[in-house]
Ligand binder design. Structure first.
Ligand SMILES: C[S@@+](CC[C@H](N)C(=O)[O-])C[C@H]1O[C@@H](n2cnc3c(N)ncnc32)[C@H](O)[C@@H]1O
Length: 187
């Protein structure tokens, strides 16, 4: 068991999936109690029978021109099986969110970093339709301060709660957080 940060959440088991061998071994050294799977995410997802209470991810934002090969084929096939048809223009992050979300147990929740393109990319429509159909609540949070120190794409946080739970009336919310990250300011 491990306690996360200063919160009172108790975590029984943490599993991390990372395809890059170096990054996986750094993760294993830094978090020795975490089970690190050095694997390609979609190959791992296809095989695993495990289901999770929570999923946290900062998936790669690989544009469709370079998101190719086996990983792309597997990703799109898994999404199609789940009822999500992404076009050939889909970047990598959207299939990561769909496939990861569907590895949750009922009632599970997920938090992902997503590019600001979640507001307008062609893959955002099928992705959000799928998520609002599966979760009790889905929130896309715009954080005013930069999430990452290095120059990077403008990001949003996608928070989804209540996998396969009854929907609230207001299923998709857009929020803004103040710089301290404490308050949802707008819908
Ligand atoms: C945006 S980085 C996030 C790194 C780290 N989790 C963080 O938040 O700082 C994306 C990570 O996903 C890994 N990655 C990319 N494609 C992957 C795939 N198909 N399966 C597993 N890991 C992958 C990359 O090697 C990289 O470490």
């Amino acid at each position: 068991m491990a306690t996360v940060g200063s919160s009172s959440i108790t975590v029984r088991a943490l599993v991390c999936v990372e395809q890059d061998g170096k990054a996986a071994s750094v993760a294993a050294q830094r978090a020795p109690r975490v089970r690190v799977c050095n694997d390609e995410f979609f190959a791992w997802a296809e095989r695993t029978g495990e289901r999770f209470n929570c999923f946290v991810g900062n998936p790669p934002f690989i544009r469709y021109q370079t998101f190719n090969g086996d990983a792309r084929r597997r990703a799109l096939a898994l999404c199609a099986k789940l009822g999500v048809a992404f076009s050939g223009l889909s970047a990598s992050w959207a299939p990561f969110l769909v496939v990861a979300a569907n590895l949750l147990r009922p009632g599970g929740r997920a938090a992902f970093v997503a590019p600001a393109a979640i507001g307008h990319a062609p893959c955002a429509g099928p992705l959000l339709d799928h998520l609002v159909g599966r979760f009790q609540e889905v929130r896309v949070v715009a954080v005013r301060r930069k999430l990452f120190p290095r120059p990077s794409e403008n990001c949003r946080l996608l928070l989804a709660d209540g996998f396969w739970r009854r929907h609230s009336r207001d299923r998709l919310r857009r929020c803004r957080r103040d710089p301290a990250g404490t308050r949802a300011a707008a819908r």
